[in-house]
Design a protein around this ligand. Structure first.
Ligand code: AMP
Length: 277
């Protein structure tokens, strides 16, 4: 396993790889969710490249960039046994050298949900993912369903910019009590960790209501809102019942549908989602 930092090192490592290359972009502080993406890439491709980069441009001014958990040594220990070819750990200077001024933006899909709650977030995401794609030139790239809108936005960007890359979306890996794994779960202690289960509970309740035959989207949103409101340590930012492809809010659930939410547990912002239909 080669660990590379500069673009020159990355290009040299990439040139030595013959056959299909899979890319797994991450911000590090790895957990089973990330490792499931890496295992899937390993199974699909001749070679796997993992990137670890806490991308400053996707964090808002009041967000947790400086506090985002980092532990490169531990990450490399977790990746080593999986047998990947290269781990790319660029610095902010490598990705955004002095004078940097080029951005990639996806339009309609980035407006609702996370895009509305985190202005500028997806501009940072699509820009860094485009740069990762250009540098690594993978055949396939692996993303988690946990970040459903990110997956949709990356798919759109890939299509719109004609990248010859297959986007593979992998299922959300959860703790035994249903909490979706996230690097930010590290912030949750004691009562907050218990309260964080409310996201999974609320999504499960809405899904159950849907499975009993309810098709009014507002009713499903209300089921999630009520459950979150009943948890004193939780503060809802949004809940959504939207068309899976366009992410537009629905009145009636008919086709493939995304239930999603963002909830603060104390100062920690968590997101989660279920797909219906
Ligand atoms: P991050 O390091 O949070 O930027 O995540 C890197 C990749 O891992 C993204 O494609 C995420 O969607 C994915 N990911 C994060 N958490 C999970 C999870 N619990 N299950 C599956 N994939 C995940």
């Amino acid at each position: 396993m080669r660990t590379v930092t500069t673009l020159d090192e990355l290009h040299a490592a990439r040139l030595s790889l013959d056959g299909t290359v899979g890319l797994v972009p991450t911000m590090g502080y790895l957990h089973e969710g990330h490792l499931s993406l890496i295992r899937r890439a390993k199974a699909d491709c001749a070679h796997t490249v993992v990137s670890i980069f806490v991308n400053p441009t996707q964090f808002g001014a009041n967000e947790d960039l400086s506090k985002y958990p980092r532990d490169l040594e531990r990450d490399l220990e977790l990746i080593e046994p999986l047998g990947v070819e290269a781990v790319w750990t660029p610095t902010a200077e490598v990705m955004y050298p002095n004078g940097y001024q080029t951005w990639v933006e996806v339009e309609a899909l980035t407006r609702p949900l996370e895009g509305a709650a985190r202005p500028g977030h997806f501009r940072g995401v699509t820009t860094v993912v485009a740069k990762l794609f250009n540098a690594v030139q993978p055949h396939k790239a692996y993303f988690g369903q946990k970040d459903a809108q990110q997956a949709a936005v990356v798919r759109q960007m890939t299509r719109d910019l004609s990248y010859p890359i297959e986007i593979v979306i992998c299922p959300t890996v959860r703790e035994t009590d249903g909490l979706a794994m996230s690097s930010r779960n590290k912030y949750l202690e004691g009562e907050n960790r218990r309260a964080a289960r409310v996201l999974y509970r609320a999504l499960s309740a809405a899904k159950e209501t849907y499975e009993k035959g309810e098709r009014k989207a507002e009713t499903l949103r209300q089921v999630m809102k009520d459950m979150i409101a009943a948890e004193p340590l939780a503060q809802m930012q949004y809940v959504s019942c939207a068309d899976y492809d366009t992410l537009e809010e629905l009145e009636i659930v008919a086709g493939k549908t995304l239930l999603s939410m963002a909830v603060f547990i104390g100062k920690t912002r968590l997101i989660d989602n279920f797909v219906l239909g």
